[in-house]
Ligand binder design. Structure first.
Ligand code: GLY
Length: 388
């Protein structure tokens, strides 16, 4: 059972958050900075240096969720709601931290270079039209007017007003700064000292625990009878959080490199922080052992096919990250079968996009408020069918 709301609770709940990536940090920001609820954030590594750091920073509900066959049926709704929260979230974060979030409300372009991709974009356009979501179909010439760096080979495409971008590395730095400056928030390096109490999991001095450690949520440990056991023994849904490795690189901008987010098929280009980020592979059930030269070179070649001017752009960085994914490619948001143990993990390709709505939903749930009907469909105890 969730603790009672802080307004009705004389001792105010204290919330432990395991994982200080963009999801855990955003929940901490919502609770401590916006709602005045004390939080402790635990991380076994450097805060914000996992998937939040590896991501490109796209906020892409239309491209990532409108057309994904077999995904959670409300994923697109969740993504749209979170995209709409981003401008306000970024503004509040900037005010609280004094740092730029890197949010930019510039619409993304999706381009087709063959008939198959054109059909896919057409299907996304139909979904958007049916939902009344703003978008613009473009022919090849229209696309090239919108982004002159695109290849003359582009056939058709979409301008997606819902799909924007943020400098995720700046956002994470701003979240850390805002929480460090907040007297109600504290960071602890290392694992959270969870203990079992029968079928529940407790952390001394805290009223609720939120497991928000990305793909590593499934390997959080609990002490019982002097031994350490995986958290999945207390709630089997966490066992369904898998890893999806991704390879990426960035290049220096120059003549012929794009000035806005453009994507085609499996490749995307994101101008960010004075670089152009090129992503990304998706490697199910793989935790990459660093950047892979061959995989990142294949991405670079796909990017050059889309924007030929990239051929001359020097590579500035290559890296790999790990996305956490669930069987229906939507996050687990809610209380697990172990009372007082909540989970916010499994955001798959949408961790940056979904940070603001995740923070709001989880803050509602752990303070005993109604998070709404949409949130309830993302419970870790939902029924789902596998997509991947
Ligand atoms: N959101 C893009 C990716 O995960 O690669």
């Amino acid at each position: 059972m969730a603790p009672t709301p802080s307004s009705a609770n004389p001792h105010r709940p204290r919330i432990a958050i395991i994982g200080a990536g963009i999801i855990g940090l955003s929940i901490g920001f919502e609770l401590a900075v916006r709602r005045g609820v004390p939080v402790t954030l635990y991380d076994t590594g450097a805060p914000g240096r996992g998937a939040s750091w590896a991501a490109a920073g796209m906020i892409a509900p239309a491209f990532e969720a409108a057309g994904e066959a077999g995904a959670h049926p409300r994923l697109f709704d969740l993504c749209l709601e979170s995209a709409a929260l981003w401008p306000g979230f970024a503004a509040e974060l900037e005010a609280a931290s004094g740092l730029a979030s890197g949010y930019a409300a510039a619409p993304a372009l999706a381009a087709a270079m063959d008939g198959r991709e054109a059909a896919r974009l057409e299907a996304i356009a139909q979904t958007l039209a049916a939902r009344g979501v703003a978008h613009r179909m473009l022919d090849g010439a229209g696309l090239r007017r919108a982004e002159p760096a695109l290849s003359p080979q582009v056939l058709s495409g979409l301008e997606l007003e819902t799909d924007t971008r943020v400098d995720n590395r700046r956002t994470v730095a701003a979240l850390i700064r805002a929480l460090e400056a907040c007297p109600l928030a504290s960071f602890r390096a290392g694992p959270a000292p969870l203990k079992s109490a029968g079928r529940t999991v407790v952390l001394e001095g805290h009223d609720a625990v939120i497991a928000a450690a990305g793909w590593q949520t499934a390997v959080i440990k609990v002490e019982e009878a002097g031994g350490l056991y995986s958290l999945v023994n207390w709630d089997t849904a966490l066992d369904d959080i898998d890893c999806y490795g991704g390879q990426m690189l960035s290049v220096a901008p120059g003549d012929g490199t794009p000035g806005r987010v453009v994507r085609s098929g499996d490749v995307y280009l994101v101008p960010r922080g004075g670089q152009v980020v090129i992503g990304a592979t998706v490697e199910p059930f793989i935790v990459p052992d660093g950047a892979d030269e061959a995989a990142t070179e294949a991405l670079r070649q796909a990017a050059i096919a889309l924007c030929p001017g990239l051929e001359a752009a020097p590579v500035t960085e290559r890296w790999a990250g790990v996305r956490p994914g669930t069987p229906d490619h939507a996050p687990f948001l809610g209380e697990t079968a172990a009372p007082g143990l909540f989970v916010a993990a499994g955001h798959y390709r949408n961790g940056i996009l979904l940070a603001p709505i995740t923070a709001r939903i989880m803050a509602d749930l752990v303070t005993g408020r109604d998070a709404g009907a949409l949130a309830a469909t993302f419970s870790p105890r939902r029924a789902y069918t596998a997509t991947a």
